[in-house]
Ligand binder design. Sequence first.
Ligand code: ADP
Ligand code: MG
Length: 451
Amino acid sequence: MMKNPNTKKRTVAFVCRECGGESIRWSGQCPHCRAWNTLEELQVSPSQRSPAPAPRVVPITEVELEAEPRLVLAWDELNRVLGGGVVRGSLVLLGGEPGVGKSTLLMHLAAQAGGKVLYASGEESAQQVGMRARRLGVSDPRLLLLAETDLERVMAAIEAEAPAIAIVDSIQTVSDPALEAGPGSVTQVRQASSRLMRAAKESGVSIFVVGHVTKEGAIAGPRLLEHMVDTVLYLEGERSQEFRVLRAAKNRFGSTEEIGIFTMTDSGMEEVSDPSRALLGDLREVPGTAVLATLEGTRPLLVELQSLVSPTPFGLPRRSATGIDLNRLHMIVAVLEKRGRLSLGASDVFVNVAGGIRVQEPAADLGLALAIAGNLRERALPPGTVVVGELGLAGEVRRVGGIERRLQEAARRGFRQAIVPRGAAAPSGLRTLPVADLAEAMAAAFGEGAR
Ligand SMILES: Nc1ncnc2c1ncn2[C@@H]1O[C@H](COP(=O)(O)OP(=O)(O)O)[C@@H](O)[C@H]1O
Ligand SMILES: [Mg+2]
């Protein structure tokens, strides 16, 4: 005899607002992610359901496979990150720091839906949202505004209007008045997410929710929400910089490898369909810069890497990386010292990816190493050169994936030669300089005799 699952009800009492981990009792430190003072009491309403009749099950061979119906937007930069458009009935979380452009991006998205969109804002008044729409040049009577913080009323509007897309800006500002917990609490955020998820699945409305991420004092961490939604997108970028990158951290309907690139101006955002051209701008070939042929998802991207090596004024040498993982920089510096015989122990090393883009793949290693070496030695790479390759701890240059696509992009952009791992075939118009290790790469880059 099977136990009725309803008789033994497990009640979760506390949830970590950082990682979403659940605990039976309160403690000062989350037992899951070890963050301090992040556990919050969760209000659980007891289940009042009686045992359900056995549901009908389907053999896997008889499941009807229809492609997810998708709403294809005007901007391919958005479609790509979403996995080919907005999936009907999906719940998408858009996270990002305040001011990065979440509301702006969703307003552009709303304008591209080609149908009814409900924009529920708990952050701003209808007036403010309306002013933004005007500034962005969005005027479509099918875009409906609702300034509301009451979750019940937002749900009711979604049901009554049955839009193609509903936007809830932000999840931290809507709350269910039936619950005692305040807006932005774990209880409210979970409640809102699960209600919206159910509404999306039942009605087929695609719902986008905004979630604020702050470095300090996050109200309810995005990771809490991550496992409650279909897709998690993050909008990144420095407010002072022009570029914004949209990344998928989770996607039930597509790859998480793809990114979308946008620029932010006074009149709103624009998609950047040719990011290499936008990112490279006018290149100056000075000692310390290198152009990397990177790959973001399926898309090749040429980015300029800048480095500065300067004597450490006092104390420990500094290593600082913007757009590059700091651990990776430490490793490259160590390899340069040990295998390249460069002396960096008394120098500060700064590296920066131009345009505010992040480069996360090891294929950037060799370009990084050559930029640093070039700055230290005051030698510029030959004009029209791109660099690609992973660097091993022994100083060996390793092959990377997608080399053809990277080099084709470089050739298309008018680069004439590429320093690459051995075995890479060159597309027409581009000369390759295959190198096996750091010493050969330095020789190829700066014309020094290889040891
Ligand atoms: N009145 C304005 N004129 C020009 N740019 C503005 C104006 N208001 C906001 N912005 C731009 O939009 C950005 C805020 O975008 P927004 O979509 O509101 O961000 P988020 O929703 O992520 O907090 C600002 O950083 C600024 O660059
Ligand atoms: Mg906003």
